[in-house]
Design a binder for this molecule. Structure first.
Ligand code: DGJ
Length: 739
């Protein structure tokens, strides 16, 4: 997969992509190509690609010895600002306050086969990975830089990360170090990203590219609700099924920046990595700093092709292998059923009802510990509230297990309430600046996870509960962002406060590592006030994430459509909740709530005591259907179908081996007197086969070229023919090979 030609050209290639770079005349690394596979290249081909007449007028030349050569108009593998290139660079480093204008020259390369999964930091892994490590040095500044590129079989993704080492004796400070760079020869793209807020996370947002910079970022100490560490560049006029798409996606959960800069020659540079604001990292003699990894993904098959490539890569090379293709339990979560108002008996009753309906895992959400009757107290005191559980948590867990259910418990490990024993014992363990004012969010403070002692103390408490309950599932929540970032611990040990944010996230990963080392089979569901930390760093440890506190089926249509551009279906947990919905007070039928929630890991989160007999039957039937089709609905190949209007959403999951599919069609508002004949083409089906679509037998040719007919909606006449009616319509198609 990795071909090195004449110690000058580096070609990473598999059956889906080629990534090509070379040593430029100044011995730095220049980018040549990323896209569809090029096959074997002759020296003539390579020289042709590398040949370049530099822009002369108006540019500054790299040095007096290299003629017209300038970095200004060169695609580069790891550009730095200020040595004839004026665009934003990937690396900034200082000695004291003096910037170093680094000049990293190619020295050697190494190829390593296979990449182990190690829990201390999230990275890609896999036996079939090949990593090309390029060593570069800046002799004058006594610095070494390693650029790592990993390519895997059958995936159109290049994984990158970098490390820098101080070869001198004087400490240096890394001010900025991006995880990845993507250089594109034109600006013929739209910049897509996933933006939003609490209750409306990860909606697809588009910007046209033009000379200048478009950027997204987070400085909240978490990847955040507002922007996701993911950007895609979609070829202008590309569609859901056609055209080139490039993506950059960070394997990291903290502060980040992602940007695309278009220069005066319409060249586009994408940079993504840890946000350089409020960040530095000191490297003393012989010390190194290593960036998080980034995925640079590519597809020529439009947004669906891109999303499918990314999803299958994440499933195989980021998510813990034990969860690959493993059915996820159907969860009952008590949060929207009871909030803080519950006790042992009430939960057992709910668990019994849930079990009768077919649910498989009972998750006790917030409020089981300390003395927590609302969100103002007890975070940090991870011991059971005996007022609510007079027989103790162990007996409760045994009763749940005896019902044949798995047990899950909610924790918010990174937080502490001022009203808690933990805080009273250790006020210095809170993230807090020495000045007197301290911001507070949801009545709570953030614990200093940059301090290993704090992580250990929280873990010891969690461990006891996990052991006592023989816990199957953890919901790991995180409900506020970091302000006035300052660690008393870092101060004590003489580390700069600007290292805090990154050290905090490393502390979070450390806690994950501890839990999963001792309890490797526990299923952790990530959560951060809904979807405030939905990223590949978390997915490395938690194979699924609670995507939003908004459980309204209609809002979830947009959230899920956006999320699935960058993340696999199996990572998206969905709960059927009450109507009217608790977040937007919308009234929707149980049918649409179940029809939306069943795409991905399914759950329920509503008061089961309020259900009518008809609703109970509908839930039982749906759970039985889900159990039969769980693999397809969780791990099937996912397609967004073009509906031609924002008022409609259609999703399909397809199992290629068995050639079966489920399509969900959703129409938000009913429309009077709408078109009589509208279809959704299913291009993934085979033209040579015959399929059963619900009750009808149809040929693959018809289904591919014309499609399934959208459900007929009642609009003033022919009520007996209406398949859907009123607002918030949903319709499910089951498709399988006809006998
Ligand atoms: C926010 C989460 O996203 C909710 O699902 C719930 O767990 C609450 N926190 C509990 O406080």
């Amino acid at each position: 997969m990795i071909n090195v030609i004449d110690n000058q050209y580096f070609h990473l290639q598999n059956n889906k992509i080629s990534y090509l770079f070379y040593v430029m005349p100044n011995q730095q690394l220049g980018h040549l190509y990323y896209g569809q596979p090029l096959g074997d290249l002759s020296n003539k081909d390579l020289e042709y690609l590398a040949r370049k007449v530099n822009k002369s007028a108006g540019t500054v030349k790299f040095s007096a010895d290299t003629g017209q050569f300038t970095l200004a108009d060169r695609g580069q593998e790891y550009p730095v600002y200020g040595s004839s290139d004026f665009k934003a660079g990937a690396l900034e480093i200082t000695e004291g306050t003096t910037p170093l204008y680094t000049d990293f020259r190619y020295k050697s390369y190494r190829i390593t086969k296979g990449k182990p999964r190690r829990l201390h930091q999230p990275t890609t892994f896999g036996d079939d990975g090949e990593t090309l490590s390029i060593q570069l040095t800046d002799e004058e500044h006594q610095l070494a830089l390693t650029l790592n590129y990993t390519i895997f079989n059958d995936h159109s993704v290049i994984v990158r990360n970098q490390s820098i080492t101080n070869l001198g004796t004087v400490p240096r400070t890394v001010q900025k170090m991006m995880s990845g760079v993507l250089e594109l020869a034109t600006d013929d793209y739209e910049f897509l990203h996933l933006s939003g807020a609490w209750l409306k996370e990860r909606h697809i947002t588009r910007h046209a590219l033009a000379q200048g910079t478009v950027s997204i970022s987070s400085l909240k100490g978490a990847s955040g609700h507002q922007h996701n560490p993911f950007v895609a560049l979609q070829e202008k006029n590309g569609t859901i099924d056609h055209g080139q798409v490039y993506g950059a996606q960070l394997i990291y959960s903290g502060n980040f920046i992602g940007q695309a800069e278009v220069d005066e020659w319409s060249h586009t540079r994408v940079l993504m990595g840890i946000h350089p604001d409020y960040f530095t990292w000191e490297i003393g003699e012989g010390e190194s700093f290593e960036t998080p990894e980034i995925l640079l993904a590519y597809s020529a098959q439009g947004l669906n092709g891109f999303a499918q490539e990314t999803a299958s890569f994440i499933e195989k090379h980021i998510i813990d292998p034990q969860w690959q293709n493993k059915p996820r339990p159907i969860v009952f979560n008590n949060w929207e059923a009871t909030y803080f108002d519950f006790d042992h008996q009430k939960l057992i009753e709910l668990a019994k009802s849930g079990k009768e309906l077919g649910m498989e895992c009972f998750v006790v959400d917030d409020g089981w510990f300390g003395k927590r009757d609302d969100d103002r107290s007890s975070l940090g005191d991870w011991t059971v509230d005996e007022r609510k559980f007079p027989k103790g948590i162990k007996v409760f867990a045994q009763e749940i297990h005896q019902l044949g259910l798995q047990l899950g418990i909610w924790f918010e490990p990174e937080m502490v309430s001022p009203d808690s024993q933990f805080y009273r014992a250790h006020p210095e363990w809170v993230v807090r600046h020495p000045f007197s004012r301290i911001s507070i969010g949801r009545g709570q403070y953030v614990l200093d996870f940059a301090n290993p002692q704090v992580v250990d103390a929280i873990y010891e408490q969690m461990k006891k509960i996990i052991q006592e309950t023989e816990l199957d599932y953890i919901k790991w929540d995180m409900n506020r962002n970091i302000t006035e970032a300052y660690s008393a611990y870092l101060n004590e040990v003489g580390i700069d406060q600007t290292e805090f944010f990154h050290r905090y996230i490393l502390g979070v990963y450390r806690l994950y590592e501890k839990i999963l080392t001792d309890f490797p089979t526990i299923l952790i569901e990530g959560c951060a006030g809904g979807g405030g930390r939905y990223d590949l760093g978390i997915l490395f440890y938690s194979p699924q994430i609670w995507p939003s506190d908004d459980s309204d089926a209609i809002e979830r249509l947009a959230i899920q459509t956006g999320t699935l551009l960058a993340y696999p279906l199996s990572t998206f947990s969905n709960h059927v909740s009450a109507s009217p919905n608790h977040q937007v007070w919308r009234q929707t039928s149980l049918k649409i709530r179940q029809d939306v929630a069943m795409f991905g890991p399914l759950g329920y989160e509503l008061d089961l005591n309020q259900l009518t007999e008809t609703e109970k039957t509908a839930i039982q039937e749906r759970i039985a259907f889900y159990q039969e089709n769980r693999q397809l609905l969780t791990f099937g190949r996912f397609y967004q179908l073009a509906t031609g209007t924002d008022n409609e959403v259609a999703w399909a999951v397809y199992d290629e081996t068995e050639q079966k599919a489920i399509v969900g069609f959703y129409r938000i508002l009913s429309k009077p007197n709408s078109a009589a004949d509208e279809f959704l083409p299913l291009s993934f089906l085979s033209a040579d086969q015959t399929y059963q679509v619900n009750d009808e037998i149809l040929s693959g040719k018809i289904l591919r070229q014309i499609g399934i007919r959208k459900p007929y909606q009642f609009n003033g006449a022919n009520p007996d023919q209406a398949q859907v009616q009123g607002d918030f319509q949903s319709y499910i198609y089951q498709i399988a090979l006809a006998d």
